[in-house]
Design a protein around this ligand. Structure first.
Ligand code: MEV
Length: 313
């Protein structure tokens, strides 16, 4: 079978501002192109079928947990004026799901791109954002929109819920090590727990969120002026703040500590937390490799190196 539509989308890492971004504070995120999701569309004579890491078989039979993706496919087909049959969608991914690396937004973006490609309809950035927002709303309850924006634009973004995004011109000469704990991070649950914690302890959580906002604003400047030491310190402080709102766990703590002991300039969890991934800041590739090896020895199931110079605006 030959595919007649193809779409690809990267993952994302959040450098600063996860959780606080849900409450309208700024965040900075980067596309994570080291791992990606691809969606291919084939012609069939059957109902819509899917072959993917999240479901194999008829789309109609996909479990309720995939409601967002199911709805997205139907909504896009309605927009493209196509019937609900005659296509097979094949999803391949090198992006581990539920690790805070944006796999849900990424799979949605890859699917939308592949369907528009299949039916030869031009896909504007606005239209893509709209569809992905719809899918994320269904999927995550109250997402900030950060994942979708970062992946859709494929650039470093400074993002604030009601103000939208600004693409950041990075001038940073550094390497980020991304490490996967191998444990599912449950973003939706983490977001709900933080909300509850804030409701129960407003005087404790409010200043934490305010400090995360300050740090994110500072980091934006550091990225534009190559202030690597300050960036590292801000990352580690952000991690401590995230830990104090209880979204870290034992392995994330261990990996942050091991990174710092092995010379990282800063380290923090990234994404929703409670499992998922962490990031560490290294001065160069050699140091990044040493930190990545130490993280694997300490229990990380996978690591990637991310050269910040590769992000060019
Ligand atoms: C999303 O990757 C991370 C959170 O900030 C939730 C959101 O932005 O919707 C925890």
């Amino acid at each position: 079978m030959i595919d007649f539509g193809h779409g690809v989308a990267s993952g994302k890492i959040i450098l600063m501002g996860e959780h606080s971004v849900v409450y309208g504070k700024p965040a900075i995120a980067l596309p994570f192109k080291q791992a990606q999701i691809s969606s291919k569309v084939f012609k069939t004579n059957d109902k819509i079928t899917i072959d993917s890491f999240y479901h194999k078989g008829y789309l109609d039979d996909a479990p309720d947990t995939l409601y967002g993706i199911k709805q997205l496919i139907y909504i896009v087909l309605v927009y493209l004026k196509q019937p609900f049959h005659g296509i097979h969608i094949q999803i391949e991914s090198s992006l581990p799901p539920q690790r805070g690396l944006g796999s849900s937004a990424s799979v949605s973006i890859a699917i939308v791109r592949s369907l528009f490609d299949a039916f030869k309809v031009e896909l504007s950035q606005e239209r893509l954002n709209y569809f992905v927002d719809v899918a994320e709303q269904i999927h995550h309850v109250n997402p900030s929109g950060l994942d979708a924006i970062t992946i859709a634009f494929g650039q470093a973004v400074f993002y604030q819920k009601d103000l939208g995004k600004t693409l950041i011109p990075l001038k940073m000469d550094a390497v980020i090590v991304v490490a996967d704990t191998g444990k599912k991070g449950l973003t939706k649950e983490a977001v709900q727990e933080v909300k509850q914690l804030w409701t129960d302890n407003p005087t404790i959580v409010s200043p934490i969120m305010d400090r995360l906002e300050e740090l994110t604003n500072e980091v934006r400047t550091y990225l534009e002026t190559n202030e690597i030491i300050r960036l590292g310190l801000a990352m580690t402080e952000a991690h401590q703040l995230l830990r104090s709102i209880k979204v870290s766990d034992d392995l994330l703590e261990k990996l942050v500590e091991v990174s710092l002991l092995n010379g990282a300039l800063g380290a923090k969890l990234t994404g929703g937390g409670k499992g998922g991934c962490m990031i560490a800041l290294a001065q160069n590739e050699d140091q990044g490799i040493r930190i990545a090896d130490a993280l694997k020895n300490a229990g990380a199931v996978n690591t990637w190196l991310y050269d910040l110079k590769e992000i060019v605006l």
